[in-house]
Design a protein around this ligand. Structure first.
Ligand SMILES: Cc1ncc(COP(=O)(O)O)c(C=O)c1O
Length: 182
């Protein structure tokens, strides 16, 4: 393995050249801009009565095959909503060690302790072998993140949860709407 030189922050040569053109994300197409303008000019644009929100909930329910769906404003809000149930006191919420901070914050917000479970090198997602080691009687939930569009290995993660035998969250589901998961 090549020895690492001086870090760029200490005056070494940066790995990323200065002024490199970064990919802009997200990219909106003209059709999306048009649709956005159409939505923004509607009378009501947020809340469960807004036509576009109601349509999203209805289509998502159908796609995922569930009876209820509540649209929220962001991924962070979704995590808080999912964790927002009572009786978390002195409990733990396990999640991947490599993720966005919202994963751990949703657990902290419930007054519980986030437990960081190591991830796999190749997928950056929860390592199923580690799940069984970290799920204990105090674990209230295991939060599975499908990072960077790579689906976590749900079959193995569920097996790990079952092996731990304590896992209350028995009905771990694949990421809603994923075509890659069975
Ligand atoms: C893995 C993960 N979870 C949650 C979030 C939070 O999503 P949002 O920015 O929509 O609140 C992000 C955002 O990047 C994320 O990468």
């Amino acid at each position: 393995m090549k020895a690492m030189g001086k870090l760029a922050i200490f005056g070494g040569a940066p790995v990323m050249p200065q002024g490199i053109q970064r990919t802009r994300w997200p990219r909106w197409t003209a059709a999306e801009m048009e649709e956005l303008a159409r939505v923004l000019t509607q009378e009501q644009i947020f809340g469960s009565d807004a036509p576009q929100v109601a349509l999203l909930e209805q289509e998502w329910r159908r796609r995922v095959g569930v009876d209820y769906c509540a649209a929220v404003s962001s991924g962070t809000a979704a995590l808080h909503t999912a964790c927002g149930r009572p009786a978390w006191s002195r409990r733990r919420g396990a999640g991947p060690a490599y993720s966005f901070m919202a994963t751990a914050l949703a657990v902290l917000h419930q007054g519980a302790v986030p437990v960081f479970v190591d991830v796999q090198r190749h997928s950056h997602n929860l390592d199923p072998a580690q799940v069984a080691r970290h799920v204990t009687p105090r674990t209230k939930a295991l939060i599975v993140v499908h990072l960077f569009g790579l689906p976590a290995d749900m079959d193995e993660i569920k097996r790990g949860g079952r092996e731990a035998r304590y896992c209350r969250h028995r009905r771990l589901r694949p990421r809603a709407g994923s075509d890659l998961q069975r």
